[in-house]
Design a protein around this ligand. Structure first.
Ligand code: XMP
Length: 317
């Protein structure tokens, strides 16, 4: 029978056996998957694990500093890399969702490669890949069947010569959370909503600019903070804000405005493979809408996404 404790015991033993005295580097994202993968490796090989956390400039507001701070508490050895400008410059002018993912994936590899040279003699690359990542990125019937290319699957190019170790490859999200709980991780890690590797890039429809990222971060921060304050955050599988590539007319005081629209998304799910839109209370949605429009200059309209997956997906791109 599968239990978190038996999984931890066998996995840690296997990791010890497989890795021995080698050094491992692992990319942390702040999410539950990479954190649990890091904790398992840490248990197995201790100081031979070095974690790298890259700020791609597409994280949520305050995410980079908050998450780095949280990791310190766990005793992990983490290098934080601020690469926001590089990512944004490479993304300039790109509108196609899959191209965005490819550019972000490639840039991540470059940054990671450079940082990993600072870790002498690393032989392994650890990843927090879980089962749904594996399925959604693989294509049984050729590339046309690929839903979205999750850039964190498939590892790094051959020239990096690192062997891949993915301790969570066979687990679903709820199992990862149970393992994390058994490892003693706090709720701020375990209950964190999933967040895509390409981050806000796939929630800014169309071209990405620094200003759009800032705008979306502000709106998103309001939405997520209010979900937390109203005790709704933990009832939702995943929530986020999307910046639409259109403007709409509004009125502020006696002035006409012509500004951006954001969509709020919240879904219920057990594994991200299918999802239902959440029936958040109208009063709550009204408060969020008011707060965003009154506080974020540049946004004058808020809409709520009432699509389920399938046929929609959780992300808009
Ligand atoms: P979709 O939009 O396919 O999303 O319904 C399912 C889950 O996967 C996340 N997602 C991604 N995660 N890289 C990631 O690491 C990606 O490119 C990516 N695209 C979607 C999404 O946030 C949701 O949790």
């Amino acid at each position: 029978d599968w239990t978190p404790d038996s999984f931890i015991e066998t996995t840690v033993a296997e990791l010890k056996e497989k890795i021995g005295e080698d050094r491992v580097i692992l990319g942390l994202s702040g999410g539950v998957d990479s954190t649990v993968a890091a904790m398992l490796l840490h248990r197995a090989i201790g100081k031979n694990l070095t974690c790298i956390f890259v700020d791609n400039g597409l994280l949520r507001k305050n995410e980079f500093s908050d998450v780095l701070e949280n990791y310190k508490e766990l005793g992990l050895n983490v290098i934080g890399v601020d690469a926001g400008d590089l990512f944004l410059s490479r993304l300039a002018g790109i509108e196609d969702p899959e191209k965005k993912r490819k550019v972000i994936g490639a840039t991540f590899v470059d940054v990671f490669d450079e940082e990993s040279h600072k870790v002498k003699d690393a032989k392994w690359l650890g990843q927090g890949t879980i089962y749904p990542d594996v399925i959604e990125s693989s294509s049984v019937n050729g590339p046309s069947q690929t839903i979205k290319s999750h850039h964190n699957v498939g590892g790094l190019p051959d020239y990096m010569k690192l062997k891949i170790v993915e301790p969570l490859r066979l687990l679903f999200k709820d199992e990862v959370r149970r393992v994390g709980k058994s490892l003693g991780l706090a709720d701020k890690f375990l209950k964190r909503h999933p967040f895509p590797g390409p981050g806000l890039a796939i929630r800014i429809l169309g071209e990405i600019t620094k200003e759009k990222v800032r705008l979306l971060q502000e709106a998103d921060y309001i939405y997520i903070s209010m979900l937390q304050e109203e005790g709704l955050y933990d009832k939702v599988w995943q929530a986020g804000t999307i910046l639409l590539p259109i403007k709409s007319v509004g009125v502020m005081g006696d002035e006409r405005t012509y500004e951006s629209v954001v969509a709020l998304r919240a879904v219920e799910s057990t594994d991200g493979m299918t999802a239902d839109w959440c029936h958040l209370p109208y009063e709550f949605l009204a408060k969020v809408s008011n707060k965003i429009i009154n506080n974020v200059r540049g946004i004058n309209r808020v809409v709520y996404d009432i699509s389920s997956k399938p046929p929609a997906t959780i992300e808009w791109e």
